[in-house]
Write a protein that binds this ligand. Structure first.
Ligand SMILES: [Cu+2]
Length: 121
Protein backbone atom coordinates (compact mmCIF):
# COMPACT_ATOMS: atom_id res chain seq x y z
CA UNK A 1 0.00 0.00 0.00
CA UNK A 2 2.71 2.44 1.01
CA UNK A 3 4.69 1.48 -2.06
CA UNK A 4 1.67 2.08 -4.28
CA UNK A 5 1.29 5.58 -2.88
CA UNK A 6 4.96 6.29 -3.50
CA UNK A 7 4.81 5.23 -7.12
CA UNK A 8 1.67 7.26 -7.64
CA UNK A 9 3.51 10.32 -6.35
CA UNK A 10 6.39 9.60 -8.72
CA UNK A 11 3.98 9.18 -11.59
CA UNK A 12 2.27 12.50 -10.86
CA UNK A 13 5.65 14.24 -10.77
CA UNK A 14 6.62 12.71 -14.07
CA UNK A 15 3.39 13.88 -15.64
CA UNK A 16 3.90 17.41 -14.37
CA UNK A 17 7.42 17.53 -15.74
CA UNK A 18 6.31 16.18 -19.10
CA UNK A 19 3.63 18.83 -19.41
CA UNK A 20 6.08 21.60 -18.63
CA UNK A 21 8.59 20.28 -21.15
CA UNK A 22 5.94 19.72 -23.78
CA UNK A 23 4.85 23.32 -23.95
CA UNK A 24 8.48 24.31 -24.33
CA UNK A 25 9.61 22.09 -27.18
CA UNK A 26 6.39 21.50 -29.03
CA UNK A 27 5.50 25.08 -29.88
CA UNK A 28 1.91 24.02 -30.50
CA UNK A 29 0.46 25.60 -27.42
CA UNK A 30 1.48 29.12 -28.33
CA UNK A 31 -1.98 29.97 -29.61
CA UNK A 32 -2.82 30.98 -33.14
CA UNK A 33 0.26 33.08 -33.82
CA UNK A 34 2.67 30.24 -34.63
CA UNK A 35 2.09 28.66 -38.02
CA UNK A 36 1.01 25.04 -38.04
CA UNK A 37 3.75 23.02 -39.70
CA UNK A 38 2.79 19.93 -41.69
CA UNK A 39 5.37 17.76 -43.41
CA UNK A 40 4.18 16.44 -46.77
CA UNK A 41 5.97 13.85 -48.87
CA UNK A 42 4.86 13.19 -52.42
CA UNK A 43 6.48 10.33 -54.27
CA UNK A 44 5.13 8.64 -57.37
CA UNK A 45 1.41 8.29 -56.79
CA UNK A 46 1.59 8.19 -53.01
CA UNK A 47 1.35 11.05 -50.59
CA UNK A 48 2.01 11.28 -46.86
CA UNK A 49 -0.02 12.20 -44.87
CA UNK A 50 -3.01 10.71 -46.63
CA UNK A 51 -6.27 12.28 -45.55
CA UNK A 52 -5.21 12.84 -41.97
CA UNK A 53 -7.13 15.39 -39.90
CA UNK A 54 -5.18 18.31 -38.54
CA UNK A 55 -6.55 20.83 -36.05
CA UNK A 56 -5.82 24.47 -36.77
CA UNK A 57 -7.14 27.67 -35.27
CA UNK A 58 -9.18 30.19 -37.23
CA UNK A 59 -6.72 32.54 -38.92
CA UNK A 60 -3.71 30.37 -38.15
CA UNK A 61 -1.23 30.19 -40.97
CA UNK A 62 -0.31 26.69 -42.16
CA UNK A 63 3.13 25.86 -43.38
CA UNK A 64 3.57 22.85 -45.64
CA UNK A 65 7.06 21.42 -45.80
CA UNK A 66 6.72 19.64 -49.11
CA UNK A 67 9.16 17.10 -50.44
CA UNK A 68 8.21 15.93 -53.92
CA UNK A 69 9.80 13.93 -56.68
CA UNK A 70 7.99 15.90 -59.36
CA UNK A 71 6.59 19.41 -59.70
CA UNK A 72 2.88 19.75 -58.98
CA UNK A 73 0.15 21.74 -57.36
CA UNK A 74 -1.65 21.58 -54.05
CA UNK A 75 -5.23 22.75 -53.92
CA UNK A 76 -6.73 24.15 -50.72
CA UNK A 77 -10.53 24.02 -50.65
CA UNK A 78 -10.92 27.10 -48.51
CA UNK A 79 -12.99 30.06 -49.57
CA UNK A 80 -11.47 31.63 -51.57
CA UNK A 81 -9.56 28.60 -52.80
CA UNK A 82 -5.79 28.59 -52.69
CA UNK A 83 -3.49 26.88 -55.15
CA UNK A 84 0.10 26.25 -54.24
CA UNK A 85 2.53 25.24 -56.94
CA UNK A 86 5.75 23.51 -56.08
CA UNK A 87 8.81 22.27 -57.88
CA UNK A 88 10.50 18.93 -57.39
CA UNK A 89 12.58 18.91 -54.24
CA UNK A 90 11.86 20.29 -50.79
CA UNK A 91 9.94 23.53 -50.42
CA UNK A 92 7.97 25.40 -47.84
CA UNK A 93 4.51 26.47 -48.96
CA UNK A 94 2.27 28.72 -46.94
CA UNK A 95 -1.50 28.41 -46.67
CA UNK A 96 -3.07 31.66 -45.57
CA UNK A 97 -5.02 31.46 -42.33
CA UNK A 98 -8.60 30.33 -42.85
CA UNK A 99 -11.09 32.78 -41.43
CA UNK A 100 -14.10 30.50 -40.97
CA UNK A 101 -14.47 27.40 -38.80
CA UNK A 102 -15.06 24.19 -40.71
CA UNK A 103 -13.28 21.42 -42.55
CA UNK A 104 -11.00 22.31 -45.44
CA UNK A 105 -9.56 19.68 -47.75
CA UNK A 106 -6.00 20.06 -48.95
CA UNK A 107 -5.60 17.98 -52.10
CA UNK A 108 -3.31 16.96 -54.84
CA UNK A 109 -5.46 16.94 -57.95
CA UNK A 110 -2.69 15.31 -59.95
CA UNK A 111 -2.85 12.30 -57.64
CA UNK A 112 -6.55 12.70 -56.86
CA UNK A 113 -5.80 12.41 -53.14
CA UNK A 114 -6.64 14.32 -50.02
CA UNK A 115 -3.41 15.13 -48.23
CA UNK A 116 -4.88 16.56 -45.04
CA UNK A 117 -8.22 17.77 -43.83
CA UNK A 118 -7.83 20.95 -41.85
CA UNK A 119 -10.23 21.09 -38.92
CA UNK A 120 -10.53 24.82 -38.46
CA UNK A 121 -12.00 25.89 -35.13
CU1 LIG B 1 -9.24 20.58 -55.14
Amino acid sequence: MRRAMASLAVLLCALTVTTACGSDSDGGSGGSTDPKVIKVTISGDSVTPNGERVDVAVGQEIQLDVTADEAGEIHVHSSPEQQLEYEAGTHTLTIQGIDKPGTVDVESHALDKVIVQLEVS
